[in-house]
Design a protein around this ligand. Structure first.
Ligand code: MN
Ligand code: MN
Length: 321
């Protein structure tokens, strides 16, 4: 599982004991940038699109801020006891060439690139962008692996049918994924739901489609470990996809986001929640809704960079299994 550091490896972070972290180029965790996918098994991909938001924009600047915040990441994850960059060959793909004014053209661009990634059985770790980008990510993962067990960590269900007659927004993404048969609701779960709703039936309607909904109140009552047990039971032996909206975390830990809701997860609780998912078979991850113009002191970007580091560590655990 571990290697001696300093050994030549094509895909490995630059050594921060030899070159200062603030010397560029700025890639995720100082990994090599490449579009040549040979030898890569896990790929950091930026999707700087925020044309799907219905409130505050700015998530198009998410990937750049998260890369900048990721410069401080080190090689060993002491919680999960793994060196993700030793186990995996991770590279930074750069950003998908999205179309700022068009959800449809952006979806096409994402699908086109992600199809090639999945064809090679590379696991994408995607940094948004707003949550609307998750639909083409799920489409391509599902094309490669079949129906997915979705673990959706978010303050919001994102199960709205439409906003302003638009079917593809950051609030409709899992309704569309359900309708398109990309995810199996009976092995899927929405976690961290809280805040005011459009109607009193919003949660029960989602449950009636087969999803499990674990509200923030249930997390408080059950505790994180019990929540993780429920998620693991739910997913079973299924192929899992993890979608993490940064607004699942409390605005005190993640102010830089478009649709903040009070009373969310602390950074520590978010870490524990992720650690409790060790051992699941993940085929895709995304971290969305970081909006740097609303951030303060890079709090949100640092949290996001570390959550992505935990994704990589979770993936490394199953590879080194
Ligand atoms: Mn949200
Ligand atoms: Mn969301």
């Amino acid at each position: 599982m571990s290697r001696n550091t300093g050994e030549a490896k094509r895909f490995y972070p630059a050594d921060s004991l030899k070159s200062p972290r603030f010397t560029g180029p700025y890639t995720f965790a100082r990994l090599p940038h490449t579009r040549d996918l040979d030898g890569v098994d896990t790929l950091f991909i930026g999707v700087p699109f925020d044309g799907g938001v219905v409130f505050r924009p700015g998530a198009r600047f998410g990937p750049a801020a998260v890369r900048q915040a990721s410069l401080l990441l080190r090689l060993y994850n002491p919680y999960l006891r793994v060196k993700p960059f030793d186990v995996l060959n991770v590279a930074d793909y750069g950003d998908i060439n999205i179309v700022p004014s068009s959800v449809e053209s952006t979806y096409q661009a994402i699908s086109h690139e992600l199809e090639a990634v999945h064809r090679r059985r590379i696991t994408p770790v995607v940094c948004g962008g707003d949550h609307s980008i998750t639909l083409p990510l799920l489409r391509e993962a599902s094309k490669a692996y079949g129906k997915l067990a979705l673990i959706h960590i978010d303050a919001h269900l994102d199960m709205v049918d439409q906003h302003f007659s638009q079917k593809y927004t950051h609030g409709t993404v899992f309704r569309r994924a359900y309708e398109e048969g990309l995810i199996d609701p009976h092995s899927s779960v929405h976690v961290g739901i809280r805040g005011s709703l459009f109607s009193e039936d919003e949660i029960s309607e989602t449950e009636s489609l087969g999803f499990q909904v674990i509200t923030m109140r249930s997390i408080e009552e059950m505790g994180i470990e019990a929540v993780c047990d429920q998620i693991r039971r739910r997913v079973g032996g299924g192929v899992a996809y993890l979608s993490f909206d940064i607004d699942a975390c409390d605005p005190s830990c993640a102010p830089g986001t478009g649709t903040p809701e009070i009373g969310g997860l602390s950074s520590r609780e978010a870490l524990r929640l992720l650690h409790g998912l060790a051992g699941l078979e993940f085929v895709g991850f995304d971290l969305v809704e970081v909006s740097p113009p609303y951030d303060h002191g890079e709090i949100t970007a640092f949290l996001a960079a570390n959550i992505i580091y935990e994704f990589l560590s979770l993936k490394a655990l199953t590879k080194s299994g």
